[in-house]
Design a protein around this ligand. Structure first.
Ligand SMILES: [Zn+2]
Length: 374
């Protein structure tokens, strides 16, 4: 869940609105305006929509504060937060990695529901300041209930909900085994998700079941489906981590496929190396390494310029290269390839490039390992 429209930056974290958010903002505003009409029929249309819109903004502002709650604690525990995105099912703060220990996991997870509970309290206090039966009363009471609901719903103990992370932190602290803790809490998350889907489907087919409408049932089933996919991908990630255990760069390192002079034309690289199945080469000048050139660097260049452009101009310069040591864990290499969008990482030993780990060799090795494990 990354991307969408960037609306600003708080605490250095870019805030995004996902395209699906606009739909849910519209639906929430519409539903609120309908309820306001029942509650205060004397309000005229434009005032009603304005009030509903403001209430919606306050609601999504509350969700944003919930995510910022997680983020503040994450930053305090040295886990970088890459983005916060509001989307159809609420909000998500994208963390760069898992926290280092169970205590950090617990604090980061519980911060969100605490913020929502505090917001509920704020709107409860505000409720006392407005006349009962008024439109302001309706707004404050709705915001009180929705924030309380957000706090309680997120405390359900299935990963990836906050409560699932709290459960994971608790199991992790008790057994010291983070992976097993993830497996159990994601398992509970899957069960919860199946429960939501079943109850939601029942409600959608038979609205008298819970006393709500068919739409509520569909909504619950959708949330269940979303949670199911998130819990399942957390489980897959755990298996992937397990398959990378004990693997280091030196285990997967392949020799440098080719070296090419920086003054050679790009066409030569394309002709002599790419044709022979080499996807990258080290670029040297006077026996010194100056960079690395890949097939995609060449593809970005207009073929008409291949004969006249020296390789050095399209290559990644030495000082910008992402490199690793032979004892770098494979997990870190995979993460770096994903975040920096590179397909190979040169391995440096004693100041010299001795080889590289490529994305293909990594995927191949992990695939082989997961087959052996089965
Ligand atoms: Zn949360």
């Amino acid at each position: 869940m990354i991307g969408g429209f960037r609306i600003g930056r708080i605490l250095g974290i870019p805030i995004y609105l996902h395209p699906t958010w606009f739909l849910v903002f519209f639906l929430v505003t519409l539903a609120l305006s309908g309820q306001l009409q029942l509650q205060s029929p004397e309000l005229d249309g434009s005032l009603r929509y304005t009030l509903a819109g403001i209430t919606s903004v306050l609601f999504f502002g509350s969700i944003l504060l919930h995510e910022l709650g997680h983020s503040v604690l994450a930053i305090r525990h040295r886990v970088a937060v890459r983005s916060i995105t509001l989307f159809v099912f609420g909000g998500v703060a994208l963390m760069e990695r898992d926290p280092d220990d169970a205590r950090a996991e617990f604090e980061i997870a519980i911060a969100g529901p605490i913020v929502s509970a505090l917001l509920a309290l704020v709107f409860l206090v505000a409720l006392r300041g407005v006349e009962s039966g008024s439109a302001g009363h309706f707004v404050a009471s709705w915001l009180f209930r929705i924030n309380l609901f957000v706090a309680l719903f997120n405390l359900l103990p299935g990963f990836p909900l906050d409560g699932g992370r709290v459960l994971r932190a608790f199991l992790w602290a008790r057994s010291g085994d983070a992976r097993r803790a993830t497996r159990i809490s994601a398992g509970v998350g899957q069960l919860l998700a199946y429960g939501f889907i079943a109850v939601g489907a029942l409600q959608a087919l038979e609205p008298s079941f819970l006393g709500g409408g068919r739409a509520d049932g569909l909504w619950l089933a959708f949330i269940g489906w979303f949670l199911l996919s998130a819990a399942s991908s957390a489980l897959r990630q755990t298996e992937l981590d397990a398959s990378m255990e004990g693997l280091f760069a030196r285990d997967l390192q392949a020799p440098v496929p080719a070296r090419i002079a920086g003054t050679d034309p790009v066409a030569r690289f394309a002709r002599e190396l790419v044709m022979r199945g080499r996807r990258w080469a080290l670029v040297e000048e006077a026996g010194r390494l100056v960079g690395l050139v890949t097939l995609s660097d060449v593809q970005r260049l207009d073929p008409d310029a291949w004969e006249t452009t020296p390789v050095r101009e399209v290559a990644t310069p030495r000082e910008e290269l992402l490199t690793a040591a032979p004892d770098t864990p494979i997990r870190e290499l995979l993460l770096a390839m994903g975040t920096r969008d590179v397909n190979q990482i040169p391995i440096i030993f004693n100041g010299e490039i001795v080889g590289a780990v490529t994305r293909e060799s990594l995927v191949h090795a992990l695939d082989l390992r997961s087959r052996q494990a089965r």
